[in-house]
Design a protein around this ligand. Structure first.
Ligand code: 1HN
Length: 348
């Protein structure tokens, strides 16, 4: 694809001028315009894949090195290999793996970042969101809305691991990050278990409910339900050419995205699926819930199996292929892009 020639020839007079305006903290736009106004997205982060089998022993090692109490959150950040001097999995998003050991608690705090949890392994742990103890089971999607108190605990007897997804980079860009550490007695349950599901997860809304935040009032989307929905869809209709059977998690009170900044998805690729190439402006982070296959991103093929995590950058052409039936969880900054009227996609 043609990139317009925008370089304006340098003359000694022009160079002298650039130097003099530089002293006033002024830059000429006509120099390096392409770099700052490119023809199409030019992400500075790259496609990447982390194999869970590689990470798991390292995560368990962290479990011996540092307590959850000490660390506040025993979290390993999946750092994009190309983002030098910037912490993130993409420019806007963090993908992290969090470990909590039996009997541990991770103290209460709150922050303006929205967080999602996608449960990877273990049982018996819970996260407290807004005074409700949400039990964690593998494949569950759980929301910690912006600025809500949350902490974690573990009553089981095996290590418990989940994927954390946060909109850190986006909030850093906008300088809207606030954080508040634990308040005394903050972790006490004020709502009964199952409250969010009963009130908002039954295709009904309490008549007196009035939305008071941008995030879904339903904060727990159990895997058993979403997985069954995908299986029923797959039995009823052929898969989409690019996505297989793909569902977006929504706020039941609005029908919009469950989270204000991030789009969150679950998709099922039937065994033998060979997806058509697809691209969109929202860079996405995928975690494999089940199955194996590969995703061809640009010229590279990334083979994946259960619990592997991979990144597809903004506007990177990619195609999913499944050898056995696969379920992929993913999140991206699509919810932000759509609100701003910026989201684009390209498909055959
Ligand atoms: C955080 O507060 C949690 O509350 C997890 O579990 C991961 C990554 C960056 C910043 C804050 C949590 C986080 C985080």
């Amino acid at each position: 694809m043609a990139v317009p020639e925008t370089s304006v020839p340098e003359t000694s007079e022009r160079l002298d001028y650039y130097r003099r305006i530089g002293a006033h903290h002024i830059l000429p736009l006509w120099v390096e315009t392409q770099r700052f106004v490119p023809m199409r997205p030019t992400p500075t982060y790259v496609p990447a894949l982390w194999r869970y089998d590689d990470i798991r022993p390292l995560l368990l090692e962290a479990g011996r090195l540092v307590t959850a109490e000490e660390a506040t959150r025993r979290v390993l950040v999946l750092q994009n290999p190309a983002l030098d001097g910037f912490q993130g999995t993409t420019r806007s998003l963090y993908a992290c793996l969090q470990l909590i050991m039996p009997g541990e608690t991770a103290p209460d705090h709150r922050h303006t970042q929205s967080a999602l949890r996608f449960i990877v392994e273990g049982e018996g742990a819970y996260t407290m969101v807004d005074g409700e103890r949400i039990p964690m089971a593998a494949g569950d999607f759980i929301i910690t809305p912006s600025w809500t108190w949350h902490g974690h605990g573990h009553d089981g007897d095996q290590p418990m691991v989940w994927l954390d997804g946060l909109d850190n980079g986006l909030l850093a860009l906008l300088d809207t990050t606030f954080f508040e550490p634990a308040r005394p007695g903050g972790a006490a349950a004020t709502r009964p278990a199952g409250d969010t599901l009963a009130r908002f997860g039954s295709n009904m809304l309490p008549e007196t409910f009035r939305p008071d935040r941008a995030t879904s009032p339903l904060v727990h989307y159990p895997f058993a339900r979403s997985r069954a929905a995908l299986a029923a869809m797959a039995a009823a209709a052929p898969p989409d050419l690019c996505h297989g059977h793909k569902m977006r998690f929504v706020n039941p009170a609005t029908g919009g995205d469950a989270m204000p900044t991030m789009g969150v998805f679950l998709q099922r690729l039937p065994a033998g699926f060979r997806g058509a190439p697809y691209r969109s402006t929202d860079g996405a982070i995928f975690m494999v819930a089940e199955g194996s296959g590969r995703t061809v991103i640009g010229a590279r093929s990334f083979a994946w199996g259960p619990r592997d995590i991979f990144v597809v950058p903004s506007w990177a052409s990619h195609a999913h292929e499944a050898d056995e039936t696969a379920i992929l969880f993913s999140f991206s900054d699509r919810a932000t892009q759509e609100k701003l009227g910026l989201w684009r996609e390209e498909r055959p």
